[in-house]
Design a protein around this ligand. Structure first.
Ligand code: FAD
Ligand code: NAP
Length: 464
């Protein structure tokens, strides 16, 4: 290692791209290092940090969002800086970052949505959960998105927690929603919603659902909605029954909860969430917009490695609906100049070290963490361990002396950047944060989110 690199006078300079959980966990881990001493610049394309904690986690789950207190402590550590409103790949290139820092760590998440690949998927009324979630959480890119909630039935495809979030958001009462930080435009539209039935479709069985227990159980507490499960859907096939004997507790408890729901008589509430299993979407029908979803019954068959997969039985049914949400997973997008693994839709990496696509050797000074490293699964805490693996390797590479010597400095880069975009620093975010909290206070809400970039920028640059 260069004798001086990592001293207080010549700290290791790391750029982290993305201020979600992975970016912030990585920043905290690096800043905790005494030898080498590290300075971290976190860049985000938005003026507001926290990634999906702000724009993914459902508004009625405020406790989960309190993880931001951990990230706020990181932001107060010496050597930390936030540069919001800077999109890497647009406002600044990867090459510019790589030239200015000893290391660049990508933690940009996976912003796209997986598609179903069925006929009619592009009709109006066929929507992605990704956009719906971003819309109700006040993401500035989705402020003008519109959803037609005038029909009686919505169908949500997928059996993960995002599908449950979407179903719950459609089922919650205005009283339950108005005390949250839901975007005001969404509260207005949901207030006028005519949706009475939300059907959630799992292509495999009850024992294969990817829900976590609290998320499945809390459906029972909804003020306005009954949860309906057909008892036949929770009678497990022999392979699934054997699986739950040895499976982790989450699957066993999910099946127990679903069995309990299947035995419960409906409580006469005005809305219902219907959880259906072994059912796949086949086609979306409609002339100018969605009118119906054709679904097909599946059976489970074990593939070569024993995984139970859905196989269509040919038994089809037509569900009348004007609104179909696909909640079948997120997808990573390539960043110009950063090697990408097309098959996994992640940055091409091994344990967080980004690899050269030709040689498959690690590219010195280039790293990834979070969903863009391992794919779009795992809860907030999963990213802590994931970031730990990456920052551990980064520090190993520092010790091995393999990091490149920058030809530019972060200060010079930032000076150039400020001529291109209005860079919002951490105090700018704090001004937005304080303003949003103050707006929420009179009505007992945690905050009222500013959703327009202009408003955010105005607040970020207003001297208190
Ligand atoms: C709808 C939804 C709800 C969820 N709810 C929960 C929950 O209740 N509890 C729980 O534990 N987990 C939840 N999760 C999972 C959790 O949010 C993720 O595990 C976590 O956010 C992934 O972290 P990340 O840092 O990899 O990505 P992200 O959180 O997506 O952060 C990525 C950041 O990178 C920024 N970025 C992207 N591209 C660029 C670029 N080119 N230049 C600069 N910045 C860029 C983005 O603006 C964003 O701030 C939920 C996930 C979803 C999708
Ligand atoms: N409250 C929370 O803690 C919370 C909230 C939201 C999200 N999260 C986390 O965020 C991560 C992402 O959640 P997610 O719901 O997007 O993903 P997920 O958990 O991977 O679930 C995706 C679901 O989509 C199904 N699917 C995929 N392709 C399909 C197709 N073509 N047709 C029908 N179904 C299809 C999958 O079924 P198969 O299993 O058959 O593939 C699976 O049920 C998860 O780790 C989740 O736990 C947590």
């Amino acid at each position: 290692m260069n004798a001086e690199l990592g001293s207080t006078e010549h700290p290791l300079r790391v750029a982290i791209v993305g201020s979600g959980p992975a970016g912030f966990y990585a920043a905290g881990q690096l800043l905790a290092s005494q030898d080498p001493v590290v300075r971290v610049d976190v860049y985000d394309r938005l003026m507001t940090p926290w990634g999906l904690v702000r724009f993914g986690v459902a508004p009625d789950h405020p406790k989960i969002k309190s993880v931001t207190r951990v990230f706020e402590r990181t932001a107060r550590m010496p050597g930390f800086a936030f540069h919001g409103n800077v999109e890497v790949g647009t406002d600044v290139t990867h090459e510019e970052l790589a030239a200015a820092y000893h290391a660049v760590l990508y933690a940009v998440g996976t912003p796209g949505d997986r598609r179903l690949g069925i006929e009619g998927e592009d009709l109006p009324g066929s929507e992605s959960a990704t956009e719906f979630v971003a819309w109700y959480n006040g993401h500035p890119d989705y402020a003008d998105t519109d959803f037609d909630l005038s029909g009686r039935r919505a169908v949500v495809i997928g059996n993960g927690n995002v599908a449950l979030d979407v179903a719950r958001m459609l089922a919650l009462s205005v009283d339950e929603l108005r005390v949250t930080d839901i975007a005001d435009h969404s509260l207005d539209l949901l207030r006028r919603s005519s949706i009475e039935e939300i059907v959630v479709l799992g292509r495999r069985g009850a024992a294969q659902a990817a829900f976590t227990n609290p998320e499945l159980r809390e459906l029972a507490d909804l003020e306005l909605a009954d949860v309906i499960v057909d008892p036949a859907d929770v009678e497990l096939d022999a392979a699934s029954a054997a699986l739950i004997e040895t499976a982790d507790g989450t699957i066993q408890r999910n099946v127990e909860t679903l069995r309990e729901y299947s035995q419960r008589p409906p409580g006469g509430k005005p809305r219902r969430i219907v959880l259906r299993f072994l059912t796949s979407p086949v086609a979306i029908e409609g002339t100018d917009r969605v009118e119906a979803l054709v679904v097909e019954r599946n059976e489970l068959v074990a593939d070569a490695d024993g995984t139970l997969r859905a196989r269509p039985t040919g038994a089809r049914e037509r569900l009348e609906t004007g609104l179909v949400f696909r909640a079948v997973g997120y997808v990573g997008k390539p960043l110009p100049g950063v090697p990408f693994d097309d098959r996994r839709a992640t940055v091409l990496n091994e344990g967080g070290r980004v690899l050269d696509p030709e040689t498959r050797a690690p590219i010195p000074g280039l790293y990834a963490a979070g969903w863009i490293k391992r794919g779009p699964s795992g809860v907030i805490g999963t990213n802590k361990k994931c970031a730990q693996e990456t920052t551990g390797r980064l520090l190993e590479d520092v010790a091995a002396g393999v990091l490149p010597t920058p030809s530019d400095t972060p200060e010079a880069l930032l000076e150039r950047l400020r001529t291109r975009v209005a860079v919002v620093d951490y105090s700018g975010w704090e001004a937005i944060d304080a303003h949003e909290r103050a707006l929420g206070e009179p009505s007992g809400r945690p905050r009222v989110k500013l959703v327009s970039r202009d408003e955010q920028l105005k607040r970020a640059t207003t001297i208190a």
